[in-house]
Design a protein around this ligand. Structure first.
Ligand SMILES: Nc1nc2c(ncn2[C@@H]2O[C@H](COP(=O)(O)OP(=O)(O)O)[C@@H](O)[C@H]2O)c(=O)[nH]1
Ligand SMILES: Nc1ncnc2c1ncn2[C@@H]1O[C@H](COP(=O)(O)OP(=O)(O)O)[C@@H](O)[C@H]1O
Length: 190
């Protein structure tokens, strides 16, 4: 059995990564598995521990880093986020195409370690629309929204590090462009 493809989906907070990802996962033929990250951020209403994230305290996170248990990790607007390594390796060995939905510092770390990774950066149609989306979600307090929007401008400047840049105009359009990119990468790998 051949190893699966490692896929990085990155892009600023509020651009629609989670929404587009959910759409992609409806397509069974892509053979996707989601890498559940570890974070020190508090769970939002409706988020489930072990499904959306592993929610941990800073001590637990730092221990995981110290024992080399994370493929990458980064601090994002006051919280740690990281990718548990063992689970990703297991899924890849099972032949799954593993999707990491991570911010740009972590993405750069994975690119350095796994140059073959398929890297995709999702951009908003405009900064005004990004602001509408992040505010419309109503999950963060005003100061956090502002910090995330400021960060977004810097993050978007790193988009040329990715093999593909996709504009999230509509969910269907972005998901179908990404699905085509994944299919083409799978074909090349075979
Ligand atoms: N480096 C890294 N970033 C992550 C990881 N998990 C999530 N992120 C990113 O951290 C940022 C903040 O995530 P979150 O608080 O869930 O906000 P949201 O993505 O705007 O819903 C987003 O850009 C996520 O893609 C991870 O394991 N590693
Ligand atoms: N193509 C789109 N058009 C309009 N709204 C969108 C689109 N994609 C996502 N959204 C909305 O934007 C908000 C942020 O999306 P989300 O998936 O949470 O972003 P991210 O995971 O990148 O932070 C959500 O309220 C979502 O419903």
């Amino acid at each position: 059995m051949s190893k699966g493809l490692l896929i990085i989906l990155s892009g600023p907070s509020g651009v629609g990564k989670g929404t587009v990802r959910a759409k992609l996962f409806e397509d069974q033929t892509l053979n996707l598995a989601y890498s559940i990250s570890m974070t020190t951020r508090s769970a939002r209403p409706g988020e489930v521990d072990g499904r959306d994230y592993f929610f941990v305290d800073r001590d637990t996170f730092e221990k995981k880093v110290a024992e080399g248990g994370l493929l990458e990790h980064a601090e994002f607007v006051g919280n740690y986020y990281g990718t548990p390594k063992e689970h990703v390796e297991k899924l890849l060995n099972e032949g799954k195409n593993v999707l990491l939905e991570i911010e740009v510092q972590g993405a750069l770390q994975v690119m350095a370690k796994v140059p073959d990774a398929l890297t995709i950066f999702l951009v908003p149609p405009s900064m005004e629309e990004l602001e509408r989306r992040i505010r419309g979600r109503r999950t963060e307090a005003e100061d956090i929204v502002r910090q995330r929007l400021e960060k977004a401008e810097r993050e978007i400047k790193t988009k040329d590090n990715y093999k593909h840049v996709v504009v999230n105009n509509t969910i269907d359009q972005a998901a179908s462009e990404i699905a085509a990119i994944i299919r083409s990468a799978i074909k090349k790998q075979d």
